[in-house]
Design a protein around this ligand. Structure first.
Ligand code: NI
Ligand code: MN
Length: 237
């Protein structure tokens, strides 16, 4: 029993507001979509205290990349995103510690395998540059597997996810208007065959305010758990 306990798989997730979170796997910090300094709700978070070995960017919108360069530079972290976004960091900021990937491709990093998945959305960069196609990330590691959908509509492509991975949890947008709302996120959870969902991309702006209690109840009615961590909170999954 003690041996089993020592071998227990653990992934720690810290929520930094909006769609920004970090997952710690085997001591590596993988940060997703940092949007902290412009986020009023996240003003308690100091970006200079955020650890990152990797910064994964789902798409080029400001509300997903605002603090990416600062945090990547602070930590000498590798930026992982689509080819266009990675190229933009190279040409505009001369930040070349980066890994380009494109939809359907996967790569083995030190913490596990990452597949860049389809998302239905848009991806213009803050200066108007083309940001490639938006995506999500599927991470398979020896400590567990998870899927971050990125900003996306509900899509049948999500039915592919369980063919590639047995998920321990998934991070889905639930704020509606710019992405899926709660009803579609419940269907997405069914498509990806995952009962433990961390909700993101809600409440930050007027267009995406939600009723959190109702959202949790809606998932519960379908036998699924919706986790809405506080900003700055770390949970084990
Ligand atoms: Ni977006
Ligand atoms: Mn967004």
């Amino acid at each position: 029993m003690f041996f089993l306990y020592l071998c227990a798989k653990t992934m720690k997730l810290t929520f930094f507001g909006h769609a920004c979170f970090a997952v710690e796997i085997n001591g590596k910090h993988i940060l997703f979509d940092p949007f902290i300094t412009p986020n009023e709700l996240a003003k308690e978070i100091n970006v200079n205290n955020i650890k990152a070995d990797y910064v994964l960017l789902s798409h080029g919108h400001e509300d997903h990349i605002a603090d990416a360069l600062t945090i990547a530079k602070n930590n000498d972290a590798k930026i992982v995103s689509n080819y266009e976004i990675v190229s933009w960091y190279g040409s505009k900021y001369e930040y070349t510690n980066a890994h380009p990937i494109n939809q359907g491709g996967s790569w083995k990093f030190s913490f596990g395998n990452v597949k860049y998945t389809n998302a239905i959305h848009s991806s213009m960069l803050p200066d108007g540059s083309y940001g490639g196609n938006p995506g999500g990330f599927l991470v398979n590691s020896d400590q567990g597997n998870f899927y971050y959908a990125g900003d996306t509509a509900l899509t049948f492509d999500m039915k592919l996810i369980p063919m590639w991975s047995n998920l321990d949890f998934a991070v889905l947008p639930i704020g509606d208007n710019f992405t899926m709302g709660i009803a579609d996120a419940v269907i997405a959870a069914e498509f990806i065959e995952c009962d433990k969902i961390v909700g993101v991309h809600y409440d930050t702006f007027g267009y995406i305010k939600i009723d959190k209690e109702k959202a949790i109840e809606t998932f519960k009615a379908k036998g699924k758990e919706l986790i809405l961590p506080e900003i700055g909170q770390t949970i084990e999954l």
